[in-house]
Design a protein around this ligand. Structure first.
Ligand code: 5GP
Length: 181
């Protein structure tokens, strides 16, 4: 199991999508979230979107491998997602924030953890604003969390600086290939 973490806006999603097209034996787990759907996102593809009541019910039922609160919303990895992927004989990539990564490391100490680092906090702010799907207060909340996340980067097995997407994607592919060899 691979855990890919790093601040919102660091480019985790783009790098994972790029790496997946070159690593057929991997699949990314679709998380559950209470955050509102952004334009272009589809339920069951980017996330399983749900109400806070539904999320709480699943927590209560023990349906999550891990879950966390991030910038005012809840996010979690459903154990059923992992089963679904493992049934197809593939390995799982989790794209999750810091608390979730810590929780997964606790319950799955054999996981391989990767931290995606943006070139700077200024560049991170620029990328989050360029996404233009989030309100300014949402962006501010994400930047605030980013400082804490950056301070934890040494906890991870691998560190990738995402200054150029092609090079960073190649680095992620190399890590996956080396760790699964
Ligand atoms: P976004 O709202 O930008 O899609 O995601 C916000 C943050 O939540 C990102 O850092 C993302 O990686 C993280 N995240 C997405 N799914 C999960 C999950 O299942 N668990 C945890 N802990 N974090 C997640």
């Amino acid at each position: 199991m691979f855990v890919v973490s790093g601040p919102s806006g660091a480019g985790k999603g783009t790098l994972i999508r790029g790496a997946l097209s070159r690593t057929p034996d991997m699949a990314v787990a679709v998380s559950a979230t209470t955050r509102a759907r952004r334009p272009g996102e589809a339920d069951g593809r980017e996330y399983h979107f749900m109400s806070r009541a539904e999320f709480a019910r699943l927590v209560e039922a023990g349906a999550f491998l891990e879950h966390a609160e991030f910038a005012g919303n809840r996010y979690g990895t459903l154990s059923s997602e992992l089963d679904r992927i493992m049934e197809t004989g593939r390995s799982v990539i989790l794209e999750i924030e810091l608390q979730g990564a810590r929780n997964v490391r606790r319950v799955r100490p054999d996981c391989v953890s990767v931290f995606i680092e943006p070139p700077s906090l200024d560049e991170l702010a620029r990328r989050l604003r360029a996404r233009a799907t989030d309100a300014e207060e949402e962006i501010a909340a994400r930047l605030e969390v980013a400082r804490t996340e950056m301070a934890a980067r040494d906890e991870f097995d691998h560190l990738i600086l995402n200054d150029r997407a092609d090079r960073a994607t190649a680095a992620l592919v190399s890590i996956i290939e080396a760790e699964t060899a």
